[in-house]
Write a protein that binds this ligand. Structure first.
Ligand SMILES: C[S@@+](CC[C@H](N)C(=O)[O-])C[C@H]1O[C@@H](n2cnc3c(N)ncnc32)[C@H](O)[C@@H]1O
Length: 250
């Protein structure tokens, strides 16, 4: 029989370490399903999404991170005016997407891709750097009865997956990101793709390159004044204004 070791953990410490091990092992899908209620999106009741509430304790999931990955802010758990406006636009103008392949870049909850699929897109791919976003897209797409493929990672360094339309919901909120997104969209334009942007006028929106298509009153988690609804605009990156470096590239 081993000698009693006075340095071994006391029973209460065992209980605590078991509890913290359990905390580390949250199942992300179960967590989202259980703690982020699924609700119709204000102004877009045709779409239902799992959304975070204060009581969701979302930090518990985000803090654990998937594997060794240090997750970005959980933007996928909230509504953004850009994505909401572009989703509303797809539903109001199914002729834009019907039978076409759509890439939803920076998909978050997947609202843009889900709307495209509901409006009749032949295929939808949602790409996001956040693995939790991909899980949320899976759950949200299933809840809305549509199929959306997901890609986890930053695809802007390479060529775009085969698509006819690129939809961008609310990606012009940081300078570096905005510059990369615009470069990627220019390469998509040069490849003959239609590039649509939903945005409420964030700081780095390249307004001079855009043609306004529509405006909607939509929910916005990112509203700096804390208003529940704000104006989300839908733009097309104007093919007549492809950046010179891209136009000359061939
Ligand atoms: C403000 S949220 C918008 C989400 C969604 N498009 C919408 O409008 O509801 C921005 C999203 O872009 C994602 N993101 C940030 N940088 C990215 C990158 N380089 N490639 C792909 N997604 C990115 C974030 O993880 C986040 O989900």
């Amino acid at each position: 029989m081993p000698r009693k070791d006075h340095r071994s953990p006391r029973p209460t410490e065992d209980v605590n370490s078991v509890a913290s091990a359990r905390r580390r092992q949250l199942d992300p899908l179960e967590f989202i399903k259980t703690n982020l209620p699924i609700e119709p999106v204000p102004a877009i009741p045709d779409i239902r999404l799992h959304m975070a509430r204060p009581a969701s304790n979302l930090w518990r999931l985000v803090r654990q991170g998937p594997g060794n990955f240090d997750p970005p802010s959980p933007y996928w758990a909230y509504l953004w005016a850009g994505g909401a406006a572009l989703a509303r636009y797809f539903l109001d103008h199914p002729e834009m997407v019907k039978g076409r392949r759509v890439l939803d870049l920076g998909a978050g909850s997947g609202i843009v891709g889900i709307a495209a699929a509901k409006a009749g897109a032949s295929k939808v791919i949602a790409a996001d750097i956040d693995p939790y976003a991909a899980l949320a897209v899976d759950l949200n797409a299933a809840a809305n009865g549509v199929a959306v493929e997901t890609i986890v990672g930053d695809i802007m360094g390479g060529s775009a997956p085969p698509a006819d339309i690129v939809g961008i919901g609310d990606l012009f909120y940081e300078a570096d990101l905005a510059e990369r997104v615009l470069g990627f969209l220019d390469s998509c334009l040069a490849a003959g793709m239609t590039t649509l942007i939903g945005d409420p006028g964030r700081t780095y929106l390249p307004r001079s390159r855009l043609r306004l298509l529509a405006e909607y009153s939509v929910p916005d988690f990112g509203d700096v004044k804390g208003a529940a609804m704000s104006i989300g605009c839908v733009f097309m990156l104007d093919p007549a204004q492809v950046a010179p470096s891209v136009r000359n590239a061939g």
